[in-house]
Design a protein around this ligand. Structure first.
Ligand SMILES: Nc1ncnc2c1ncn2[C@@H]1O[C@H](COP(=O)(O)OP(=O)(O)OP(=O)(O)O)[C@@H](O)[C@H]1O
Ligand SMILES: [Mg+2]
Length: 256
């Protein structure tokens, strides 16, 4: 057997795409997230759960370099996160904000064309995941339903060839049916593209059904974390963590 025929250990597959260690971050020097540890590997989905004001958006913003870290480290694709959002985006760290980031006055096509990157996937490739959008390319974005706009927001993000995709409340304002349509697509995309996904989501059950792992934040701290399958079976603990009641009775926040 020649050296080149020896199977290589896929190092990148075993290392986290995004690794957060002891992250404390906030606004004007006041922490909104404290001592957070989390990681997500290529092809995996991490669900970031928690009540309003728990620190979910803050964690995502810090993870793309949009907020200065007070302490702790964020490592993206094997390197410390850059302080410039654009630079991180070029390396494949891409945020879909809860405001969706679509231009309402422009057509679907123009929205997609603006998001297209020189060496990124083609619009046709991305629309394979959202065939419905393909038939709406000339429509003004403002006339799309909430679910269709979210599909467009996701399609735009995919055109940036993300390796780490951070999504803030994909299902905000959507009907349960639209959410049930959208979230499983995300699972398919993460698998297909071998993409690490951090998903902030209010639909706990659905989020846990497509995620590999989850962290429940409460008042900026991880109240509970573990494998999504385990958390699915322990809805009592997840709900307790939402209210900050995990600890004494459940024997600590981590399940794994
Ligand atoms: N720009 C800001 N300046 C000061 N404080 C902020 C700012 N943005 C958020 N905060 C505070 O930081 C804390 C965490 O907010 P964050 O937006 O991360 O919560 P969240 O979990 O995303 O909540 P929601 O589910 O409502 O979106 C909250 O107490 C919030 O008031
Ligand atoms: Mg938020």
């Amino acid at each position: 057997m020649t050296g080149s025929a020896i199977a290589e250990v896929p190092v990148a597959e075993t290392n986290p795409a995004l690794r957060i260690d002891g992250l404390t971050v906030g606004y004007g020097g006041v922490p909104a997230v404290r001592e957070l540890d989390a990681q997500v590997r290529p092809g995996e989905i991490l669900a970031l759960l928690g009540p309003n004001g728990a620190g979910k958006t803050t964690t995502l913003l810090a993870s793309v370099g949009a907020l200065p870290v007070l302490s702790g480290t964020i490592t993206a694709l094997g390197e410390p996160l850059d302080r410039r959002v654009e630079r991180n985006a070029r390396r494949g760290v891409v945020l879909v904000p809860d405001s969706r980031g679509v231009f309402h006055r422009l057509s679907v096509d123009d929205n997609l064309r603006l998001a297209r990157r020189k060496h990124g996937p083609s619009i046709a490739d991305v629309l394979d995941y959202f065939p419905k959008l393909g038939s709406m390319r000339s429509r003004r974005c403002g006339t799309l339903s909430g679910g269709e706009q979210q599909m467009l927001a996701l399609a735009k993000a995919l055109l940036c060839a993300p390796k780490i995709l951070l999504i803030d409340e994909l299902s905000l304002g959507l009907s349960p049916i639209a959410v049930e349509d959208l979230l499983p697509r995300l699972r398919v995309i993460a698998d297909d593209q071998h993409m690490a996904v951090v998903l902030v989501e209010q639909h706990i059950e659905l989020a846990l059904s497509i995620a590999d792992s989850a962290v429940v934040l409460h008042h900026g701290r991880a109240a509970l974390s573990g494998a999504a399958t385990e958390l699915r079976d322990r809805r009592d603990m997840v709900e307790a963590a939402y209210f900050g009641n995990v600890g004494e009775s459940a024997g600590g926040p981590a399940m794994t």
